[in-house]
Design a protein around this ligand. Structure first.
Ligand SMILES: [Zn+2]
Length: 485
């Protein structure tokens, strides 16, 4: 695909714009932005997009040329929800491995949470600032793609609210709080966290499920001996998610703050978000590829070893919920799609034979299959346009999470690009993925479209299906949120 090469000495080190010198030209592809698509060339200089226009091969003589005829030129995906593992003595490569998987999937920037399950130390889990410093130190020089941190505010930290201004000022303006689990925030602390985030230019992300309802249902199920995997889903009804979503929005409204609802899974919760948006409130929500493609039918499989793969929270929902989420992505009730990637392994974290469901690790991998699955089901399936997909996977996540150099094929932005072949088809198999998990929820699924090459700040990190990046090329992104209108 590389058809020429040479960077002349003449323009190096001088004003590239005046001399029209580029390092790389991607020519003849269909450049897709949230606003529209067109056949155009992309000139890249010093890791940034210098120009998007016609016939740039004439304007920038001497640059290396990549022929993108027949391909989409997409911005690299920005996945704002992952639970990648920190490198440890036992598993020193784990963070790197999942960053490589991101690259193969067309994701050039991801945000990771440093919640306890990700390998953060006790000290790091006890303080937001200590947790941020530890995350940065342990991931330095590890990632193949750019990445950032979203913190986690828990009920087990001493005074997390006091640390928020310094955390936000240090480039970590988003954090997640949970309304369920033993590390959840009670409503009064959640309210304080929303207030502090609102005052200091941050945005709180909230995992919305009603703990009282779920704890009661789980307790009843266990008392009756209903501990098989599928009871995980039966004890987490949609109304428990919708109620908590409503409450989080009400608390944010009272706090005068924005709020971001993570992994929204059902029509009932979506109705809460849509109602808030209709009132003009700064309420945002993501959904995940698995809620857009898979349903609760998976819990009916006779084999527990199959069902355990779908033990995630919130659980997979009904076919009508799935349809509602796609409508939400089209109509704007949902702002973006992120993966909630958890690199659990059946052999290690999940464990087979399955333990009673309350003891099963919640989560499933997805960092590598985001673009494939959303393109296939969404764009090729006729549910959303390719422009809307770019908006949902790159442009809006970059904007909402304060990464102004990311998320669009546009002059001045980082040259994080994906060359995507819409005419290809492939079958997803665990054996061909690169993530650190040992399964994929999409095993055997045929998808239309395929990632051909991926560029991170102008360097090919995936080229014609082979990894061409390096450990440590990925930079930590310090973020600042735009003020809410
Ligand atoms: Zn999550």
């Amino acid at each position: 695909m590389v058809t020429g090469r040479l960077i002349g000495d003449e323009g190096m080190g001088r004003d590239r714009r005046a001399r029209r010198v580029a390092d790389l030209l991607i020519v003849g592809g269909t450049v897709v932005t949230a606003a529209g698509s067109r056949l155009a060339d992309v000139a890249i200089a010093d890791g940034r997009i210098a120009e998007v226009s016609d016939r740039l091969d004439v304007a920038y003589p001497g640059a290396e040329i990549v022929d993108a005829a027949g391909l989409f030129v997409l911005p690299g995906c920005v996945d704002v929800h992952t639970h990648t593992r920190l490198p440890s003595d036992e598993e020193p490569d784990r963070f790197f491995i999942d960053s490589v998987a991101a690259a193969f999937g067309g994701t050039t920037t991801f945000l990771a949470f440093n919640n306890p399950g990700t390998g953060i130390s006790k000290e790091g889990a006890a303080s937001l600032l200590a947790g941020m410093r530890e995350f940065r130190a342990r991931t330095e020089g590890e990632s193949a793609v750019d990445y950032g941190l979203s913190a986690v505010i828990t009920g087990q930290q001493g005074y997390p609210i006091d640390e928020l201004p310094a955390l936000i000022a240090a480039g970590v303006p988003t954090a997640k709080a949970f309304m369920v689990y033993d590390f959840r925030l009670p409503d009064d602390r959640l309210f304080e966290a929303l207030q502090a985030m609102g005052r200091h230019g941050g945005m709180l992300e909230v995992h919305c499920e009603n703990a009282t309802v779920i704890d009661a249902l789980v307790g009843e199920a266990v008392a009756r001996g209903n501990v098989a995997c599928r009871h995980h889903a039966l004890t987490r009804p949609t109304y428990a998610e919708a109620e908590a979503t409503h409450r989080a929005i009400a608390l944010a409204r009272a706090a005068g703050a924005s709020v971001y609802i993570v992994h929204l899974s059902c029509a009932d919760a979506l109705a809460e978000v849509a109602a808030a948006k209709a009132r003009g409130w700064p309420v945002f929500a993501e959904t995940c590829p698995h809620y857009l493609t898979l349903t609760a039918e998976r819990y009916d499989a006779p084999d527990e070893g199959e069902v355990i793969r779908s033990v995630i929270s919130p659980p997979l929902r009904s076919e009508s919920d799935r349809g509602a989420l796609w409508l939400g992505l089209r109509a704007g009730g949902l702002d973006l799609v992120a993966t909630d990637h958890v690199p659990d392994r059946l052999a290690v974290e999940k464990r087979i034979p399955a333990p009673p469901f309350p003891l099963i690790s919640n989560g499933a991998p997805g960092i590598e299959t985001l673009l494939s699955v959303v393109y296939d089901e969404g764009v090729a399936g006729g549910r959303i346009s390719v422009e809307r997909m770019v908006d949902l996977l790159a442009t809006t996540p970059a904007r909402l999470f304060g990464m102004t150099s990311k998320g669009a094929v546009e002059a001045g932005r980082d040259a994080d690009l994906v060359l995507f072949d819409p005419a290809a088809t492939r079958v997803i198999h665990q054996s061909e993925l690169h993530h650190s998990s040992d399964f994929t929820p999409y095993e055997g699924r045929e998808v239309r479209g395929a990632v051909r090459s991926v560029y991170l700040r102008g360097s090919a990190i995936v080229h014609d299906g082979a990894f061409g990046g390096r450990r440590g090329t990925g930079r930590f992104v310090e973020r600042t949120l735009a003020p809410q209108p």
